[in-house]
Design a protein around this ligand. Structure first.
Ligand code: NAD
Ligand code: GLY
Length: 356
């Protein structure tokens, strides 16, 4: 078992990483649970796969109360939160209750937001079950839902009491979802650690084989970077923005595709290639690095070409993103593999690479 501390000044917590240590998970849950029941928020897919397997977590002293939502990004909406709030009331959750967010990024974002808002805020623990959630979304306390106008436009920064990462969950994850999560791994490699980049290049096949050591190492490296950044800048006033590398264009692509037939990671991969192209064209990134990035992204099974919507469509979509400030956007550029920086760029500058 590995532990990583997230040293956010007013809300510190620990990330626990293990293959499948349910005894440890039970201890952590019990430490934070003030009553004899735990409210598990999950989706239909995860519940079906794991309700029985997670039985050892519970006992007569700790009962599981399951609250289930349908599977999919399109349910990451306020309407789902309201249904969960009502169910929490019916199931007698109070201000001392504890929520377990059991699922991928969608469940994690929703359950975190429900925890932030139910009775003005109750405690929750993240137990991520996808690669994307295990390397990224379960840590840092960004919770929220989408609006028709765009992704994650309603939400709160609300930190969990603990994060329990059990890598065996990934055994049932379809390959497409592993690839989706790899996009965020590549993000960490590009913005902060070229060692991850070269390690991925040589070990990615182990990830598809669910090799525990490789997964453990990758997850630990990514979460160390995230823990370090969010501890210094919880509310994204400065350095945390680096974690949005590839996301401005990525979110625009998701919005333009109406969140259909595209995974978050797939869109982020296209966004990272775009941001690397732009960084190269602005003279920040060497051509060799750009080529290496495109090669690795392709090798991982991700697509590098962004969809050919018009410049106006991209402009409108970019302006809907939270990061847009008038006509300028705080855009994350790459300096080299393993280092990124923030640039305040006009939409016209950003969109100059669209035709490539
Ligand atoms: P997801 O939550 O939709 O999960 C992907 C699919 O895998 C779903 O069908 C899910 O039911 C299934 N699944 C989950 N665990 C499984 C398991 N162990 N075995 C088999 N199937 C399983 O998608 P995701 O990629 O995990 O998360 C994407 C979401 O995360 C987006 O909404 C994105 O905005 C958000 N996100 C949030 C942050 C943050 O910091 N809060 C960061 C990055 C992404
Ligand atoms: N995934 C971006 C962030 O947590 O800030």
């Amino acid at each position: 078992m590995k532990a990583l501390d997230v040293k956010i000044p007013k809300a510190p917590y620990t990330i626990h990483i293990d293959n499948w240590n349910l005894d440890l998970a039970k201890d952590i849950i019990q430490k934070h649970c003030q009553e004899e029941k735990l409210y598990i928020i999950t989706n239909t897919t995860v519940k079906k796969l794991y309700q029985k397997k997670l039985r050892p977590l519970f006992s007569p002293n700790l009962k599981a109360i399951w609250i289930t939502i349908p599977d999919g990004e399109r349910y990451k909406r306020l309407s789902s939160c309201e249904k969960i709030h009502e169910e929490l009331i019916l199931k007698k959750a109070n201000r001392s209750s504890l929520i377990l967010a059991l699922g991928g990024g969608v469940v994690g974002d929703i359950a975190g937001f429900v925890a932030a808002t139910y009775m003005r805020g109750i405690a929750y623990i993240q137990m991520p079950t996808t690669l994307l959630a295990q390397v990224d979304s379960s840590v840092g306390g960004k919770t929220g839902v989408d609006l028709k106008a765009g992704k994650n436009l309603v939400g709160a920064f609300y930190q969990p009491k603990a994060v329990i990462v059990l890598t065996r969950f990934l055994k049932t994850l379809p390959k497409k979802e592993i690839i989706n999560g790899l996009a965020e791994v590549i993000k960490y490699a590009l913005i902060a650690d070229n060692h991850i980049f070269y390690y991925l290049d040589t070990h990615y096949e182990n990830i598809f084989k669910h090799d525990t050591q490789t997964l453990d190492k990758i997850i630990h490296l990514c979460l160390s970077i995230k823990a370090n950044i969010v501890a210094k800048d919880e509310k994204e006033n400065d350095q945390r923005a680096l974690l949005n590398f590839g996301h401005s264009i990525g979110h625009a692509i998701e919005l333009l595709k109406n969140y259909k037939n595209i995974k978050h990671g797939e869109a982020v991969a296209m966004g990272m290639v775009y941001a690397s192209e732009l960084s190269s064209s602005l003279g920040f990134l060497a051509k060799n690095d750009l080529l290496a990035i495109k090669l690795l992204i392709t090798k991982m099974g991700l697509v590098t070409a962004w969809p050919s919507f018009t410049k106006t469509a991209y402009k409108i979509a970019l302006l809907k993103d939270k990061k847009a400030q008038d006509e300028n956007i705080r855009f994350i550029c790459l300096t080299k593999i393993g280092k990124a920086h923030i640039e305040d760029l006009s939409l016209n500058t950003i969109l100059q690479c669209l035709k490539r």
